[in-house]
Ligand binder design. Sequence first.
Ligand SMILES: Nc1ncnc2c1ncn2[C@@H]1O[C@H](COP(=O)(O)OP(=O)(O)O)[C@@H](O)[C@H]1O
Ligand SMILES: [Mg+2]
Length: 239
Amino acid sequence: MDTIVSGSVKESRDSQDCWTTENLEVKLPSPWFYRIPNSCLPEPIKSGRLEYVSCGENASVFLIHKNDECKYAVKIIHDGTDINFPAKEEVNVSLLMSDHNIGPKIFLFGECQGECGDGSSWFKINFHFIIMERMQTTLLSYMSELDLLKNGKIDETKIQSYEENIETIINTAVDLARSIWKLGYKSSDVHGGNLMFDLEHGKPLRVRWIDFETMVRVKEPMTKRDEEYIIDLLRNPPF
Ligand SMILES: Nc1ncnc2c1ncn2[C@@H]1O[C@H](COP(=O)(O)OP(=O)(O)O)[C@@H](O)[C@H]1O
Ligand SMILES: [Mg+2]
């Protein structure tokens, strides 16, 4: 098989080395690998250079570099060892959120049949990919940057600007969450790693929720209590 993207189906969420993109070949600690045929993937992935960002249990994220630019990110979701994992549902909700400017704008999405195996035996598995606008940073990493600044205790003005930005970002996130509720969903995975934004001249430009894997259907509108819960989860990361 002419493999362009390969990775592992991993058990834990925090391993740094579950993917490597060096020559897009796999050097993995995990016994499980997956691979997707080149012919199935669309042009931006084929001709771009993929930079590994993260891999979870059911999905991997890469940045796509092309012509010295990095405008797109791709999330590759696989159907998982649990046959009922609704990968397609994540794609559908992501499209809805893209249309409402709640999530990153999606340029292209699709499906590929690939393989998963341990290197000697392989079984067929379905992959969904979403090519979306690349966002600059997550709230979680922005807050870690602030912690570093505070430890250095050098630049009070910079610290203040970070703190003001975080307030703005969290307020916008709550407004966006209210819009998600109005569309009949809520997220059961609210944390700063699932909130992204761009910065322009040091100010947050666009704030977007990402990761619509664990959405729950709701009928009632968001309450003040829900709002406070979201703010608390964003302001006080448990890790
Ligand atoms: N559009 C994007 N642009 C840039 N980075 C992204 C984008 N979407 C996701 N990421 C990065 O990938 C990470 C994992 O994405 P996410 O959708 O939360 O996957 P998972 O389901 O594995 O948690 C995010 O925390 C973020 O760092
Ligand atoms: Mg996530």
